[in-house]
Structures are given as structure tokens and as C-alpha cells.
Design a protein around this ligand. Structure first.
Ligand SMILES: Nc1ncnc2c1ncn2[C@@H]1O[C@H](COP(=O)(O)OP(=O)(O)O)[C@@H](O)[C@H]1O
Ligand SMILES: [Mg+2]
Length: 250
């Protein structure tokens, strides 16, 4: 049983998020049952406003559910206190945003180093880890560049280096290729796939793009706040066929 529990990275039961403002209610997510095994790479697809980011934010403990339960890496993240959450997230989750979210006045190296400042580490260790992460994403020669001196694809790879620098088990990527041209997008997708296959990272990637979704092992669909059961495709969508293992780079 213990082993089984450890192999589950995300487990939600009837997870719901309802936004209330005055007398208005927006049901962003309703009764979502989602189980994600360690080592999985799942794409989350659905129209704009269907609750994809909401689910990702709940999994990253960036937001609190209004109903149901969620455990991430065995932890009941909804009941954690705010002070614990930042350290927990820093250690366990790497979040990748559509708009990169790099800090413009910091170099690539300094951006990537940032999460390590919350950890107990010497300056030299931080520099080493940051350099290693940037080398891994193919930007070992851009350490001193500022975000404005990089292409969009390079910026997103710096953001991925920042997401993995603390060696988290889980990577959550919210439309990571949404702002990129096709070539940069495929570099980023190949990188995410490599982090999954070679480094064992568990990945959830939100995407609109069926081509991007093929880099994942499986696809889950969400419609109007309802997460469809695994294996179910909305009637008006063509099912995405994931690429075979180890073929993403070719
Ligand atoms: N902070 C918020 N306050 C009120 N409504 C919100 C908030 N965040 C998201 N929503 C609403 O919840 C629904 C789902 O949003 P979201 O999860 O961002 O969708 P997606 O990522 O699939 O485009 C949308 O109707 C959105 O307008
Ligand atoms: Mg979104």
C-alpha cells in the first residue's frame, strides 16, 4: 500500500473550485477526479475558460479548492498554511507559464538561481545548480543574458531551467508553447518530454494544440469545468494519438 501511495503524484476526488462575487458564481471546476501516476506525462486539453489553469493552480497549491480533496505527492495541500506552501511548492513543483514570467532585470543565471535562495545552499552551490540547469536546457552559453536579449523559445527554456533547478518531482506547464513559433515550440516540447523520459519528472501540460499534446503519453479533456474520465474524448474533438516513446526528438 505504501508503495502504491508513493507512486501517485496527484490524486483529486470531487475537486471543485467555485468563484463567488456578490450574487454571481463561476464554476471553474466541478467534481474533478484526477489520478496521476509517477512518471506520467499527461496533456490537459479543453476550450478557453474550461478550467484547465484552475486545475493546475490547485495542484500547485497556488489556489484553494472550494470542494473535494486533493493530495499532491502525498500531501494535503489544501490544508497547508501559507507559510508552508511556498517552501513546499519550491521543493516539489516546477511551474512553467505561457508568458515565461522571467524577471527582466535579472540575467538568465540569476533568474534560475532564484528558487534556490529559499533553500539552504551556499552561493557556490547555487551557481553550480543554476549552471547545470541552464546547460541541460541548452543555454549554457547564455548565462549572463537578460530576458530581452533572448528569443521567446530561449526565454521559455530559461523558465524551464528555473522550474527544474530545485529538482522537483512534478512539472506543471500552462500552455508553455502558447507564445512560441513552431520551431521554438517543438524545442520546448522535446525538452519537456526529455525531462519526463530521462529524468523521471511527472508532467502535466495544458495545451490547445493537438500537435503539442502528442508529446504527452495521454490526454485528458476538460469541458466547462468538467474533467472527462480518462480515455474519453468530447464528441466534437478528434482524439489525439500520442507519439510512441522515445520518438519525440525525431
Ligand atoms: N480569479 C477568478 N475570479 C473569478 N473567476 C475566475 C477566476 N479565475 C478563473 N475564473 C473563471 O473560471 C473559469 C475557468 O478559468 P480557467 O481555469 O482560467 O480556464 P482555462 O485555463 O481553461 O482557460 C473561467 O470562466 C474563468 O473566467
Ligand atoms: Mg488557462
Amino acid at each position: 500500500m505504501e508503495q502504491q501511495t508513493q507512486d501517485i503524484v496527484i490524486e483529486t476526488r470531487k475537486l471543485s473550485k467555485i468563484y463567488r462575487r456578490d450574487e454571481f458564481e463561476v464554476v471553474a471546476l466541478q467534481d474533478a477526479d484526477f489520478t496521476l501516476q509517477r512518471g506520467e506525462f499527461v496533456a490537459l486539453m479543453g476550450p478557453s475558460g474550461s478550467g484547465k489553469s484552475t486545475l493546475l493552480h490547485l495542484a500547485a497549491a497556488m489556489d484553494k479548492p472550494t470542494g473535494g480533496s486533493i493530495r499532491v505527492l502525498g500531501d494535503d495541500v489544501a490544508s497547508m498554511r501559507d507559510r508552508e506552501i511556498a517552501a513546499w511548492r519550491n521543493r516539489h513543483v516546477g511551474f512553467v507559464f505561457q508568458s515565461f514570467n522571467l524577471i527582466p532585470v535579472l540575467t538568465a543565471h540569476e533568474n534560475v538561481e532564484l528558487p534556490l535562495k529559499l533553500m539552504r545552499m551556499t552561493r557556490q552551490q547555487r551557481e553550480e545548480h543554476s549552471r547545470t540547469a541552464l546547460e541541460l536546457v541548452g543555454l549554457g552559453d547564455r548565462l549572463g543574458h537578460f530576458p530581452r536579449q533572448l528569443s521567446g523559445g530561449q526565454e521559455q527554456r530559461v523558465a524551464i531551467a528555473r522550474a527544474i533547478v530545485t529538482d522537483p518531482d512534478l512539472i506543471l506547464a500552462d500552455e508553455p508553447t502558447g507564445n512560441l513559433d513552431a520551431n521554438s515550440a517543438s524545442e520546448v516540447l522535446t525538452l519537456l518530454r526529455r525531462l519526463n523520459e530521462e529524468f523521471g519528472k511527472t508532467v502535466v501540460m495544458v495545451t490547445h494544440d493537438p500537435h503539442a499534446a502528442r508529446y504527452a503519453h495521454s490526454v485528458r479533456y476538460i469541458e466547462k469545468g468538467a474533467l472527462l474520465p480518462a480515455g474519453q474524448t468530447p464528441t466534437d474533438w478528434a482524439a489525439v494519438t500520442p507519439m510512441a516513446a522515445n520518438s519525440a526528438a525525431s
